[in-house]
Design a protein around this ligand. Sequence first.
Ligand SMILES: [Cu+2]
Length: 198
Amino acid sequence: MHVRHAIPLIVAVLALLVTVLPSAASGDTIANARNATAIYNDPTAALAGGYELLTDAAGLACIDQPGAGAMGVHFVKGALLQSGTLDPARPQALVYEPEPDGQMRLVALEYVVLQATWDANHHQPPTLFGETFMLSPAGNRFGLPAFYSLHAWVWKHNPTGTFQPWNPQVRCPDGVRAEQAGDAAGVEQDAPTAMEGM
Ligand SMILES: [Cu+2]
């Protein structure tokens, strides 16, 4: 009785060690990614670290997909995108959710590599944390060449999965969408009119 119960436990522990040890050794863990990016909970640290605001081709900063949820506002570090290297501690993008009070809250990390860069040296799509990156073909909303990306929701829970691109619990408030246009115009106008002038 005692032994019969112990064997499955030993097998389970061994399986866990085999799963965990290689990734812990290479630093390819969510815990490492979280520790390394803790400083970016302060958005000014992201700016100081070379991350810059990304807008899509339509000029929108807060990226959402009605029906699926949102990502939020991306800050991208061009040098890391150019480098073509994928390091859990150094994500190409930091994703923030605009709070109702105007604060930016760090919610996710995004790892990005251009397909041409990656495919020149690899036969398989990139992986991190045991997850395979998603391919966004050319013609995407960011106007980027085809790229591989992986979101990691390490700072805010994503009920659809830690590595899913869209989080149904993130919202892009209408006020934030129109904010830039309104600021640029300096007067109260509706967003489309203001955008035409930019
Ligand atoms: Cu994203």
